[in-house]
Design a protein around this ligand. Structure first.
Ligand SMILES: Nc1nc2c(ncn2[C@@H]2O[C@H](COP(=O)(O)OP(=O)(O)OP(=O)(O)O)[C@@H](O)[C@H]2O)c(=O)[nH]1
Ligand SMILES: [Mg+2]
Ligand SMILES: [Zn+2]
Length: 345
């Protein structure tokens, strides 16, 4: 059986303190319909999440380090250094962790119809909140004679974030990006279906390990080929998590600070307004309005900032309401148990 080196899997020695005597660490590598495969020093394990942990709401994601006992039962999820979380698609208030313990999050978007600055902003806000560093990967560079106008458009919304231009077909930019991932460093590829995430990983692997499929001819949309998240060890070191294409990335409990990172230009302008609580709508000496007038700040950028800010507040409110409901439920349970005990006495 294939064995693993914990350091190459991204294990940090500090994590060992969270383990009890009979437990070994394993990194969750595949998650598919509630089943997990994890990598441990002595090999691959099919680990089970016991009902107790599920009941406590344990959220295990690919990239997580778990404490496992002899019987391959997960006993605990070890502390995460980062987690990319979204509001689960289709549910109003349920968090879904897309990847855990990630160093670099690559936002993959193809140079073509998929390129949508507003969507990139949304990804960046989530990633700034996650603890991982965002980087942008513009794929399929071979399809355009001159990708640089589009690259500039992306750079304008991804302030201070590295933007890579690659083609998995010609190999352009692929090695340079690969070398970002030194031994023990974990990256995740996030993006819409069909942008070429799995193709890029295959190129790095030098083999067709992951399934890929052509996009639809009429609109370049992908066919949701990848259906599971998977942590892959690259030859020569480094790890990458391939993920299924995302239809939407709804924000989950993002703090104002992450929004501020993603919109540093707007926040900096806002700092120059005469009033601290300026709403940037009609106040005198509003630096934001002045920048709009001069064309320094595009309208769409300000609209996007406002929209995400509103969304964040709405998520926070819904989340609070859910927590209150849960507290109330627990309290009712305790009261009931108390009564039952009193009757027994
Ligand atoms: N021209 C060109 N085509 C590419 C490139 N990279 C990927 N493709 C093609 O784009 C299509 C989709 O690639 P995938 O790797 O399956 O895309 P994905 O992002 O993994 O999609 P999902 O798994 O559905 O999320 C395939 O037909 C690839 O051959 C590239 O650099 N240039
Ligand atoms: Mg794929
Ligand atoms: Zn203002």
């Amino acid at each position: 059986m294939h064995t693993f080196d914990l350091g190459e899997l991204g294990f940090e020695p500090g994590l060992a303190e969270a383990l009890e005597a009979h437990q070994i660490p394993a990194r969750v590598a595949v998650e598919h319909r509630g089943q997990y495969v994890a990598y441990a020093e002595h090999g691959e394990l099919r680990v089970r999440l016991p009902g107790r942990l599920r009941h406590e709401g344990a959220d295990v994601a690919v990239g997580d380090w778990v404490a496992v006992a002899d019987d391959a039962v997960v006993q605990a999820v070890l502390p995460r250094r980062s987690a990319i979380v979204r509001n689960a698609a289709g549910f109003a208030t349920s968090a879904q962790t897309l990847a855990a313990n990630v160093d670099v999050a690559f936002v993959a978007t193809s140079l073509g119809p998929d390129l949508e600055p507003r969507r990139i902003e949304r990804y960046l806000v989530s990633i700034w909140e996650s603890g991982a560093s965002p980087e942008i990967v513009l794929t399929k560079a071979d399809r355009l004679d001159d990708p640089w106008r589009l690259v500039a458009e992306v750079e304008a919304v991804a302030l201070g974030v590295p933007v890579h231009v690659v083609s998995a077909l010609t190999g352009q930019g692929c090695d340079a990006l690969r070398h970002r991932l030194t031994a023990g460093t974990t990256a995740v590829l996030l993006g819409s279906s069909g942008v070429g995430k799995s193709t890029l990983v295959n190129r790095w692997l030098g083999q067709e390990l992951l399934a890929t499929a052509e996009t639809r001819a009429d609109d370049d949309e992908g066919r949701h080929t990848t259906t599971r998240r998977e942590l892959i060890l690259l030859p020569g070191g480094g790890l990458v998590i391939d993920t299924p294409g995302l239809r939407e990335l709804q924000l989950w409990d993002v703090g104002e600070a992450a929004l501020g990172e993603a919109f540093a230009d707007v926040e900096e302008l806002a700092g120059d307004c005469r009033f601290n609580d300026c709403s940037h709508t009609r106040e005198p000496d509003c630096a934001v309005l002045a920048a709009l007038d001069s064309g320094e700040l595009p309208h769409e950028r300000l609209d996007s900032w406002r929209k995400l800010q509103k969304e964040l507040r709405a998520v926070a409110l819904r989340h609070d309401a859910r927590l209150r409901k849960e507290e109330a439920r627990k309290w009712r349970l305790r009261v009931r148990e108390g009564r039952a005990r009193a009757r027994l006495r």
